[in-house]
Design a protein around this ligand. Structure first.
Ligand code: ATP
Ligand code: MG
Length: 755
């Protein structure tokens, strides 16, 4: 069988053009990813060694799917292709080469939480105002410097940057960046952006290393090229410099990561970088109905800044795009859930054919509640990763320390968990001693009696002996045996086992789950090295979606639009199409930001194959207050020819009919003591009255609110406090309401009566 038969002539031409630089800039659903997949299969078929092929995808999941498809054409050889996200591929290369740039091979990868925690420590040490220098803000600033390959030294030396920081009152950013870099280095840790930044440093400082990889990767392919940043761009450009067999595919209309430093200049520059470039056009969309493709075109036409493209579909015209209006986010959830149930009842189909896409993660709550109510199975993609849970991070911190005992964030996390009498002051003393004596953190910890005073030295010494014990066990045992030993001897298992609360139980189960995963890893036959160190290598890069136990489970998919990139579903719901939510409030300041939101909408719309439903609510709780919402401007921008409004006009005509006769017949027991006000109060008018407050309802002072207390909310009714988090003015209470289920409320806004 001709394995290239499933391609149209331009796709096929792009696949067969294996030599030299190739670029495809084409609209959504036109087969760009398909071209890369077939191209790799074609290369292997033609005798290229899979080890010489590098494919960079946007998610690990995309790489996995692509590999499976290629496997069907070329068999097991596909396993040897280098394929993955930029971060995972270059982390793997850095593991081999780290020593050149002064890092241990078993360096730790700091995730965003670790990085922010380190920043917080630094801010505290420098006694800086944590409002002006908010940790997330500082993190983003450092991240974007790194993605533009601006080192800490360069940042501090650059007059323009310094002038800007000073004029914003944030003159210390350069110093924070310097300290942050030194502390990561000392801890033997790299953050996410370092994986790319340090690869660039490696390639710049060590031409022989670069040369090795230039020869190794004879063929390079990059999917979603529009979303690469400068750091990624330069890596690709350097790697391809000798063979120039590079193929990039992308769509400028789907560039949605400018806020993270992605720059579509990469697409525009490609032609300049490679004068011999062959450009292929793909114009036919194979994914969606004509209505969906045409509607998508009508949206993107509103962007000034774009490359002109022709996109058409020869699929059926299809149904019009439905627009639904709800009076609240909960009702919106109900509309969506019922539409899914109805579609399945009428036309069959699987749950996995449906996706619900939203702008912000917070919107999933209303959707989940509604789906659960009518027993529709669902899965949230890209939410908090399993590996981000506290108990998992705690155990993993012990693993991290076993292989890299200098890891500052891991030390802070577990040196006193479970409790062993080592307080924050001792941790500070360890850091200071390491600094004063110019030794590593582990030098201080493992020789506690030399560097610390007697009182702290004792417990720290015991801790060091324990970690040394773990190091010995990890060397001679399988990943699972080592992990089990550490879980037991660190005291974590016992600590969680003793916590008999519901949360404690689920934390214990999560640890079991992690250990099961490690057991599976230990038993895999396709890898040779099965030590815990190998298991640990990429853990920081894993996301929720990689932990997908049963990828074929029949569930509705819930995700943000950002994580839906590249995917497709027969039925798509885009919810929350309201001004200030989508487009996001933060994007309304400039044309370029608004255009990015519009591209995001274009991405969302083009995920749909057969049927697309858009919805908005006229009121929604945000940050604890109920807001009236206006429909999104994006709804107005869609060509109405492709739309069908699924709601009645706004004003319901007043009914003139009277039930006076019936009432009289019923015995005149008129229950209405007060006539209803003509103009109902603004906020409650549009919501169903879920609860009638107890007469004389007055909110209590909630400063002493405790978990377990019973409360009454003016509208949500009675409930029990199940969690409190945050401090001072920002305390968030999670309350389980008898009627409505779980809700999280900001205490300063929520009017609660303690019962
Ligand atoms: P996006 O921009 O959203 O990432 P894309 O350009 O990468 O889209 P693909 O995902 O490769 O597009 O293709 C979209 C859909 O069309 C897929 O289901 C793919 O299998 C199908 N498709 C693409 N080309 C053809 C073809 N020549 N014949 C049949 N189906 C095709
Ligand atoms: Mg694609």
């Amino acid at each position: 069988m001709d394995y290239l038969a499933g391609l149209n002539p331009s796709q096929r031409a792009a696949v067969e053009q294996t030599e030299g630089p190739v670029m495809i800039v084409a609209g959504a659903g036109s087969g760009k990813t398909r071209v890369i997949t077939y191209r790799v299969a074609h290369l292997v078929r033609r005798g290229v060694d899979p080890f010489n092929i590098l494919v960079l995808t946007f998610t690990n999941k995309a790489a996995k799917e692509m590999r499976e498809r290629i496997m069907r054409v070329v068999g097991d050889e596909a396993k040897n292709i280098w394929m993955g996200t930029f971060h995972s591929v270059f982390a793997k290369i850095l593991r081999v080469e780290a020593e050149h740039i002064g890092y241990p091979r078993n360096f730790t990868i700091y995730d965003t939480d670790d990085s922010k925690s380190l920043i917080r420590s630094i801010l505290k040490e420098m006694q800086l105002d944590d409002k002006l220098y908010n940790a997330s803000f500082v993190y983003n600033r450092i991240s974007s410097a790194k993605n533009n390959l601006i080192s800490a030294q360069e940042y501090s030396r650059n007059e323009q940057i310094q002038a800007e920081d000073f004029s914003n009152g944030r003159g210390q950013l350069g110093q924070i960046y310097l300290t942050y870099t030194q502390r990561c280095y000392k801890a033997g840790a790299m953050d996410f952006d370092d994986l790319l930044f340090k690869t660039n440093v490696l390639f710049r400082e060590y031409p022989d290393v670069l040369h090795k990889y230039q020869h190794k990767f004879k063929y390079l392919m990059v999917d979603e090229y529009q979303d690469t940043n400068f750091s990624q761009y330069l890596i690709v450009r350097k790697l391809a410099a000798i063979n120039e067999n590079i193929c990039v595919v992308g769509d400028d209309a789907q560039s949605i990561y400018a806020f993270r430093g992605a720059n579509i200049q990469n697409i525009l520059n490609f032609e300049k970088d490679y004068p011999d470039l062959k450009v292929f056009k793909l114009e036919q969309n194979y994914r969606s109905t004509q209505n969906i493709v045409n509607a998508a075109n009508s949206i993107i036409a509103n962007n000034k800044n774009q490359l002109k493209k022709n996109v058409f579909s020869e699929n059926e015209t299809g149904e019009k795009i439905k627009v639904c209006r709800a009076f609240s986010d909960n009702e919106e959830g109900k509309i969506v859930a019922e539409a899914i149930a109805q579609e399945r009842a009428l036309n069959g189909g699987k749950y996995r054919d449906f996706a619900i896409l939203y702008r912000t993660n917070a919107q999933s709550r209303a959707m989940e509640e509604a789906l659960r109510k009518i027993n529709i199975p669902y899965k949230i993609y890209g939410g908090t990763s399993f590996y981000q849970r506290k108990e998992i991070k705690d155990l993993i911190a012990y693993f991290r320390l076993t292989f890299n005992p200098n890891d500052e964030e891991a030390i802070k996390r577990v040196i006193n968990y479970p409790r062993r009498g080592i307080g924050d002051t001792t941790v500070d003393r360890i850091l200071i001693a390491a600094d004063q004596h110019q030794v590593t953190l582990w030098d201080v910890i493992s020789q506690a009696s030399t560097y610390l005073d007697g009182r702290s030295a004792g417990p720290v010494g015991i801790f060091a002996t324990m970690i040394q014990g773990f190091q010995v066990v990890a060397k001679g045992h399988s990943a699972f045996d080592a992990a089990m030993h550490i879980a037991q001897h660190s005291g974590i298992l016992k600590n969680l086992y003793e916590d008999k609360s519901v949360e404690g139980l689920s934390r214990y189960e999560n640890i079991q789950e992690l250990l099961n995963g490690i057991k599976e890893f230990s038993e895999r036959e396709d890898i040779e090295e099965k030590g815990l160190d190998v298991f640990m290598q990429d853990v920081a890069l894993l996301t929720n979606d990689d932990n997908d136990k049963d990828p074929n489970a029949d569930t509705v998919s819930l995700m943000t639009i950002h994580s839906s990139k590249g995917l497709e579903f027969p039925h798509v719901f885009i919810v929350g199409l309201e001004e200030n939510l989508f487009p996001s409030q933060l994007s309304l300041n400039s044309r370029s930001e608004l255009e990015e939101e519009r591209r995001l909408f274009y991405v969302a719309v083009t995920r749909a194959e057969k049927k697309l439903t858009l919805s908005y609510a006229t009121s929604r709780y945000r940050w604890g207050t109920l807001n009236n919402c206006e429909p999104s401007r994006f709804l107005d921008e869609l060509n109405p020819a492709y739309l069908e409004l699924d709601f009645k006009p706004r004003t319901v005509p007043e009914s003139t009919a009277s039930f006076a006769d019936e009432r009289q017949a019923w015995g005149q027991r008129d229950v209405f003591t007060k006539p209803k006000p003509k103009v109902p109060p603004k906020t409650t008018a549009i919501l169903p009255k879920a609860h009638t407050p107890t007469p004389g309802f007055t909110p209590s002072d909630t400063s002493n609110l405790q978990v377990g207390m019973e409360v009454e909310h003016e509208r949500f009714g009675f409930g029990k406090v199940i969690n409190l988090e945050g401090s001072k003015n920002e305390i968030k209470a999670t309350i389980f309401f008898r009627e409505l289920g779980q809700k999280q409320l900001l205490l300063k806004f929520a009017k609660l009566r303690i019962v």
